[in-house]
Design a protein around this ligand. Sequence first.
Ligand code: NAD
Ligand code: DAU
Length: 350
Amino acid sequence: MKNLLVSGGAGFIGVNFIRYLLEESNFEGRVINVDKLTYAGNPESLSDIEANYSDRYVFVKADIVDKDRLSVIFDKYEIDGICHFAAESHVDRSIASPDEFIRTNIIGTYNLLELSRQRGGRIRLFHHISTDEVFGSLDKEEYFTEETSYKPNSPYSASKASSDHLVRSYYKTYDLPVTISNCSNNYGPFQFPEKLIPLMILNAIQDRALPVYGDGLNVRDWLYVRDHCTAIWTIMKKGRIGETYNIGGKSEMENTKVVEMICDYLDVIIGKRPNREKRRSLISFVTDRPGHDRRYAIDSNKITSQLGWMPLESFETGLLKTIKWYLANEQWVNSVQSGEYLNWIKQHYG
Ligand code: NAD
Ligand code: DAU
């Protein structure tokens, strides 16, 4: 692929993926980052990439729901590959207001597929990034495999399930060369502080309450974002067309335990709270999320045995790196928390 369209490349995983692609992988082509810049998109996170890779990196502010605009982008940049991250990604927002999830996640994905189909054999690969949430909730001892049936429980996961089905249908019906990955919960640098881990890290640093939903015993299977990026690139290089691959970190953890670990690490790194209590005293159990999935856990045997991918970080090493990143990147944190990044976007992109 010479001209890879990365949709949603200004979001958390997209930023990390573009960094990985240009700085670390053997990809030699050009990245065209197409992002609408919702509240979750922050191109400031890539300003050094924009400066250092001006010949191989282009940013285009555009909405994937706008098919005509997308069509012009496909032709102008001679797009021959797609890695599709763009989505509304936060479950709580989908519960409060599902509209944008339906538009972006379903219609936006359809637009990218349809424009790819219209370009015949020019598109060499359409890789679709999806989530383990499409499979619903697990009891103890079970794991999501590529054969698990879809049972999405939130408007977010239902919209992602729809997009997965559309992608599959374009392979089956039109022979569009697609691959799909369904990944577990990511964490790491540049994550917007509405998601559990960055929210808890920043609240704990700033001596604010740590709101844990329900009984705090829900389980997520955590994956350090760089490991997700290496998995995606492995699939894009070596995956079989038409196949789906599950990606997980083998790091199942109850939410309360995650929050306690963050508190304990911070007590050691920056000392206890101003009132000298341990940070765990900030934990407060709050009303549960409606339809809250109890447990996610991924069986990633397929990608490991067939493509040789393995995660490098344990939850402990990844979490420590993440905490240190948020402590070291005060300017990014301030810009995001104050909303200053939105002014930056207005100045640069109108
Ligand atoms: P994010 O919310 O941080 O970023 C989403 C990006 O998409 C933002 O830059 C946003 O501006 C952009 N976007 C939103 N609507 C758009 C539109 N209509 N047109 C163009 N761009 C638009 O999300 P993330 O956490 O980086 O997730 C990226 C992808 O990975 C999503 O598809 C998500 O479903 C999937 N995923 C996320 C996780 C996770 O733990 N975060 C796990 C598995 C899969
Ligand atoms: O599994 C992959 C999914 O992981 C992705 O597809 C989603 O885009 C991503 O947002 C994430 O979904 P979750 O709902 O699992 O992530 P979130 O960080 O919102 O919540 C993680 C767990 O922590 C969940 O059980 C809810 C709980 N939680 C979350 C927040 C924000 C709390 O207890 N308190 C909170 O304040």
